[in-house]
Design a protein around this ligand. Structure first.
Ligand SMILES: C[S@@+](CC[C@H](N)C(=O)[O-])C[C@H]1O[C@@H](n2cnc3c(N)ncnc32)[C@H](O)[C@@H]1O
Length: 245
């Protein structure tokens, strides 16, 4: 393995072990830190994707970086509200700790312990693939986007919710950055007793892609952009793209 490959592997292992460590307190910290606003972003993501898919029967939805499973539950509940039948919802995440929590909360979904770059599902077998607050933790992002393309059916949808890097923040954006860089890590660190893990959050956003860059990467991986919007002082960005090749 090349030295970059080795470094990436080590970086990725460190991230996954951090999630293993914070898994037991992840949901509590998340609830306090997000104050519930993420729910409206998740609902919006599901409703828009169901609208774009325009199907009343969906064979498979894959939630990559599923963590403790909440996005899978949104997919299920929003589908029920709209009378959409779903064959299977599958969660994929390399952290045993996070998936163990998900399994207890949502035993009816199926799970795989695996990275975004090695999804153990057949080619062209999913209608929708989501990754919510997960893509910034994927060290080999380009390989992961190709893998998403492989797993999706032609015209399948990739749905990304993420905290994106903001290059020219407005005054409101600066307030957001202060909150996310200085206040949030302290709250998460206090609840989880793991300050290092929560200091990683703003660092990972700082290092992460801008919205324009992410759109280009999706297009390079064979997707056509359908929707991009940032919500709540640009804290969270939703991107939806369709597999075109
Ligand atoms: C911030 S949590 C988000 C969990 C969940 N999607 C949500 O919306 O609450 C990030 C998740 O990414 C997972 N993760 C880290 N590296 C990954 C990788 N290479 N491939 C897939 N998931 C990964 C972590 O284990 C963790 O569960």
């Amino acid at each position: 393995m090349s030295s970059t490959g080795k470094k990436n592997t080590q970086k990725q292992e460190k991230i996954v072990s951090m999630f293993d460590n914070i898994a037991p307190t992840y949901d509590t910290a998340n609830r306090v830190m997000s104050m519930g606003v993420d729910k409206s972003w998740r609902r919006k993501a599901c409703d828009l994707a169901y609208g774009y898919s325009a199907k009343d029967t969906i064979d498979r939805i894959v939630d990559v970086a599923c963590g403790t499973g909440d996005m899978m539950d949104f997919w299920k509940n929003r589908a029920e509200k709209q009378g959409i039948a779903i064959g299977e919802i599958v969660g994929v995440d390399p952290s045993n700790g996070m998936v163990n929590v998900a399994r207890k909360k949502y035993p009816k979904f199926n799970y795989h312990i695996a990275k975004a770059t090695e999804i153990p599902l057949e080619d062209a077998s999913a209608d929708i693939l989501s990754i919510t607050y997960g893509i910034r933790n994927v060290v080999e992002r380009e390989a992961a986007l190709k893998e998403f393309n492989r797993v999706l059916k032609k015209d399948g949808l990739v749905v990304i919710l993420e905290f994106m890097k903001n290059e020219n923040p407005s005054t409101l954006g600066k307030i957001r950055d202060f909150y996310m860089n200085k206040i949030l890590p302290k709250i998460g660190g206090f609840i989880s007793k793991n300050l290092e893990a929560y200091e990683y959050l703003p660092n990972s956003i700082g290092d992460f892609s801008t919205v324009a860059n992410m759109q280009n990467e999706l297009e390079d991986a064979g997707f056509e952009m359908l929707y991009t919007k940032s919500f709540s002082m640009d804290i969270s960005t939703l991107l939806i793209a369709r597999k075109k090749r």
